[in-house]
Design a protein around this ligand. Structure first.
Ligand code: GAR
Length: 213
């Protein structure tokens, strides 16, 4: 049975597009029930509308508190009874109650090789640290920001002439490979979270997740 997916975005939605494409190609046994954005008029909403996917905007600025926003967000997500919630450039810090509600069925993508560089400005930080390697991570979401168990990582090399912008472009290309892959594995019941950790095909994943090369 195809899994039902709700995708949360705040911006251009290129990762959303990569997942939509993998669904169209038949790689992902799932369908996107809705795309929800906390910002109106972002390009990601247009991508969803062009594919006849339901869209909703829930403006976080209209809510008194983080809790009030998250409560409404969860209510609207749960209308679709999703098997999986995908955070694809959703730039909001989520409350513990919200995260717990989706434990084991909410994925995020972060533009660094976690646990390195949680938070913002990851490309600049990797350059300043003199790293030779950088990348991106899909992980299950827990209460710790960018701290949940890792599912899939993809790497890029940092070259002498790279700046934050060239590095961001390189990482983005790899994001578009590993996010559809992680969603594919989840929807095929191959990538599974439990209290004991994350398994792929029944085998516990190392702390670095599955390395995609
Ligand atoms: C992606 O690079 C993603 O890794 C990042 O936002 C971008 C969204 O791009 N997410 C975070 O930084 C989360 N902490 P997109 O809208 O084109 O998919």
């Amino acid at each position: 049975m195809a899994k039902q997916i709700v995708v949360l975005i705040s911006g251009s939605g290129s990762n959303l597009q990569a997942i939509m494409d993998a669904i169209s190609d038949g790689r992902i046994q799932g369908q996107i029930s809705a795309v929800i954005s906390n910002k109106a008029e972002v390009f990601g909403l247009e991508r969803a509308e062009n594919a006849d996917i339901a869209t909703e905007v829930i403006d976080h600025k209209a809510f008194e508190s983080r809790e009030a926003f998250d409560t409404e967000l969860a209510r609207r997500i749960d209308d679709y009874q999703p098997d999986l919630v995908v955070l694809a450039g959703f730039m909001r810090i989520l409350t513990a109650d919200f995260v717990r509600h989706y434990q084991g069925r909410m994925l995020n993508i972060h533009p660094s090789l976690l646990p390195k560089y949680k938070g913002l400005h990851t490309h600049q930080r990797a350059l300043e640290a003199g790293d030779k390697e950088h990348g991106c991570t899909v992980h299950f979401v827990t209460e710790e920001l960018d701290g949940g168990p890792l599912a899939v990582q993809g790497t890029v090399s940092i070259d002498a002439d790279d700046d934050a912008s060239s590095l961001q472009n390189k990482v983005h290309k790899v994001e578009h490979q590993i996010y559809p892959l992680a969603v594919e594995l989840f929807c095929a019941d191959r990538l599974v979270w439990s209290e004991q950790g994350v398994t792929l095909d029944g085998v516990p994943l190392p702390a670095t997740g599955h390395r995609h090369s």
